[in-house]
Structures are given as C-alpha cells and as structure tokens.
Design a protein around this ligand. Structure first.
Ligand code: FHN
Length: 443
C-alpha cells in the first residue's frame, strides 16, 4: 500500500505542470508577469560561433556590397550573407573555446548595470546550441571547451537572483535539414520544415525548459512569409505551457499573428513606440549596429542615448532589452562594459523613478518623459529631463512637493489653474546626463 502511494505521488509530481488545469494556450498567470512589468531593463547576449569571425571573413568585413546579400552589419548573419558553405562554417565549432567565460562575472556585470534580467541566444540562426543538447550534436560539448555554457549561466543567475531567458531561433536554422533559410536561399517545403520542426525545434525547446526552467523564451520571426503559422505557433505555446507554469513567451513567436496567448509584445529591432501600450512589451536594442560581436562596427551609442531609450520605453509601459555581443573567448568588449557601468551608475542614483513604475497619462515636457509610482506614503511622479530646462510645467493640479531625485534638493513649486510648475536651478542642469525631478502628489 505504502509503495503504491509513493508511486502515485511520484506520478503526480512528474506530470507536466499544466496537465492538471487544462488550457495549455492561456497566458501565464498575472503573477508570473509581475517581475517583467517591474524589471524595465534587461541585457541580451548574442553569442555563438559567429563571434569567432568578428564580422570579417576572408578579408571582407560586413557590410560588403561585393556579396549580393552582404550589405548588413549583423555579424551573426555572416554565414549566409557571405555565402560561407555550411560544412566550412560548422567547422568553427572546432575552434570555439571560451576559456575566459566566467558566468558569475557576467551576471554581476549585468546586475551592476542595473538590469534585472538577462536573455541569451541559446541557439541563433546558425543552429549551434550553447548547451549540452541531447537533440543535436551541433552543440557546445562538441567543441574544445566541452562544458555547458547555458548551465553555468543559469546556476549563476540563480545564485544572484537574476531572472533569465533564452533566445531560441525556432524558425531559421541553417544547420538542420529543413530549417528555414534566408529569403534569397532555397525555400523549404512544408514537409521539409515540419521534419525540422518536429525533430529539432520542438524537442530543443522542451529540453531548454525541462533542463533549465527559464523565466522567458524569446522566439524570433520578423516577416510575414514564414513557416510559423498560427497552428505551429499554438503548438509551441502549448509545449511551453505544458512544461512550465512561469515561462513567458514573446510576440515574435509569430510575427504576422502573435495571437492573444503570448505574454508580452516584442517591438522590431531598435524600435521605440510613441504611445503607451497596454500589453507588456519590450524593445530589443543594440549598442552598435550588430548584435553578434563585430570588431569593426564602431557605431557605439552613448550611455546617455541608451538611457533615454530606456526611460522613453518605461514611460510608455515598456522594457528595454539592451544587447551585448561577447567576444569568442567569453569576455565583453570594453566599450560595452563601460556603457553598462555608466548606465548602472545612473540607475543607482535614479532607479527609483524607473523600476516598478507605471506610465502617466499626463503630457510629458518637451524632450522629457514621465513615470509614476505609489508607496505607503503617497503617489509620486518622476520627470526625466533629457535637456536642460529652467522650469517644468505639468498638468498636475495636486502637487505638494518636488525635489531632484538624485540629491534630494528641494525645488520650488507653484500650483495654478490645474497646473504645477517646478523651477529648476541652473546648477542642476549639467546637460550631460538625464536629470530626474520627483514630485509628490496630495494623498
Ligand atoms: O535576425 C535576427 C537578428 O540576428 C537578431 O537576433 C535580432 C534580434 O532582435 N532578431 C532578428 C532580426 O530581427
């Protein structure tokens, strides 16, 4: 009897998580989304075999118009943009040996940047898995490095309380027969794609969830003509829901028709909406043009520019997922590290107006952004000023007090005709960063 009871209990706990409560397409429970809505800032990593090439192949550097499709900065696309034969490209696995990878250092750097989650390319379009995959031999354990990178990162994220997600290229796969190819290459038939879908894509997604229990999965499609039909989209959503009761799913699972069952919207690359959006959302963004490490892409944005994008998104209810392309040896380019640290320093002083805030339906000042937050003592509006101004006038009838968020210096305010004007002393306007004014409203 006791044995039977133990067997029954084991069977119950081994059941896929949602098998007991039915709807496998439904959104994750709102509690699972709370962290995402509050987090605001995440760091994205594009890392794979392409990182070894650093945007250059056989002396040609991306973008290069001498290749018919070569006019792109995206270094993670070098295989197909520069027509590298698949067999030759896949041999890069014999060189991939990130001996300087230190998962804890990565997570600490992300944390110090003020980011609350990270997302890493577990498999990008090249088809190479950064974990020990039982589904495919084209993976990290079949390199000189041999060790599971995703596993190490997950362990470090758990240690430091960092939420983590995986980018998984479920549509494009340039290694497995039947995986989708870029639109200038041969189209896969439905039958060929279905084989890839059933044999690699779905099994690897299941493997990632069961092995690593991610907080989110980042799928990638970006045009209408795509093998990911609403039926395949739903098949994938069901799979994720079946094995995880917390994993969030992004809208790019099916670009042409994300449907109602995705947890958050994913904007186009480096796209910033102008309006408040109701559904949770984020912008994936680059520090340079490229996502994967590109040694000759010198187009680095400044930390202040990137902070402006962050607060712009936050003021509209969105998140900012900022990318780094680590080098093949496992280190970050120093340009990325400096920017992360500068952003982290600013967020250390001004994060109160960012994390856990919500949009305000009051018109923002020119070149500025607004957020709001409630706590036990009242409601606060935060005004982010990206350019120097002498005063700030908002349609707020009930402001009680105002101060510079970073220093706590009290500011003079004047309420008249349903508007509040805050005067900002010139010495606060250093002009090189974003100033934040905190305004307390009447209870
Ligand atoms: O083709 C990819 C690209 O390499 C990169 O991963 C971005 C990230 O949003 N997604 C696709 C293009 O939108």
């Amino acid at each position: 009897m006791k044995k039977l009871l133990i067997m029954l209990l084991c069977a119950f706990f081994l059941l896929p998580v949602k098998a007991q409560n039915g709807n496998l397409l439904a959104l994750q429970h709102p509690d699972s989304l709370q962290w995402f809505k509050d987090a605001k800032f995440g760091v994205f990593f594009h890392w794979g075999l392409y990182s070894l090439l650093e945007g250059t192949y056989n002396g040609k550097t991306m973008p290069d118009k001498s290749f018919p499709q070569g006019n792109s900065w995206y270094a993670e696309w070098i295989q197909t943009r520069f027509n590298i034969p698949a067999e030759e490209y896949q041999k890069l696995a014999e060189q991939f040996n990130p001996v300087n990878f230190d998962a804890e250092k990565w997570v600490q750097e992300v944390k110090n940047a003020g980011a609350c989650y990270l997302v890493i390319t577990s498999k990008h379009h090249e088809g190479f898995a950064l974990w020990n995959s039982k589904v495919s031999d084209f993976d990290i354990v079949n390199t000189p490095y041999k060790k599971d990178l995703i596993g190490q990162l997950v362990k470090a994220c758990k240690k430091y309380g960092m939420k983590y997600g995986f980018y998984y290229s479920h549509w494009q796969d340039w290694e497995y027969p039947g995986g989708a190819l870029p639109n200038w290459m041969p189209t896969r038939s439905e039958e060929e794609f279905e084989k890839y879908w059933q044999e690699k894509s779905l099994p690897q997604v299941k493997e990632l969830i069961v092995k690593y229990d991610p907080d989110l999965l980042w799928f990638d499609t970006w045009n209408e003509k795509c093998h990911i039909t609403p039926e395949r989209r739903d098949e994938l959503i069901r799979l994720v829901r079946k094995y995880s009761s917390k994993c969030l799913i992004n809208g790019r699972i099916c670009y042409s028709d994300p449907g109602d069952n995705i947890d958050f919207l994913e904007m186009n690359d480096n796209s910033y909406p102008k309006e408040i959006l109701e559904k949770p959302w984020q912008t994936p963004a680059t520090m340079q043009h490229s996502w994967g490490y590109h040694a000759k892409d010198y187009n680095w944005k400044s930390a202040t520019t990137m902070l402006s994008y962050l607060v712009s998104n936050v003021s509209k209810g969105g998140n900012y997922l900022l990318n780094i392309g680590p080098k093949a040896d496992g280190t970050f380019p120093v340009m990325a590290t400096r920017r992360l640290r500068e952003m982290g320093a600013w967020l250390l002083a001004n994060g109160e107006g960012v994390y856990g805030t919500r949009p305000v339906s009051v018109r923002a000042p020119k070149g500025g952004y607004l957020t709001q937050k409630e706590d036990k003592d009242g409601t606060y509006v935060y005004a982010f000023l990206t350019q120097p101004v002498e005063s700030l006038t908002l349609d707020l009838p009930d402001a009680q007090r105002a101060e510079m968020l970073e220093t706590g210096m009290p500011l003079v305010l004047d309420c008249k005709d349903g508007k509040t004007t805050v005067r900002i002393p010139a010495r606060q306007l250093d002009g090189c960063s974003i100033q934040v004014v905190k305004i307390g409203l009447a209870r």
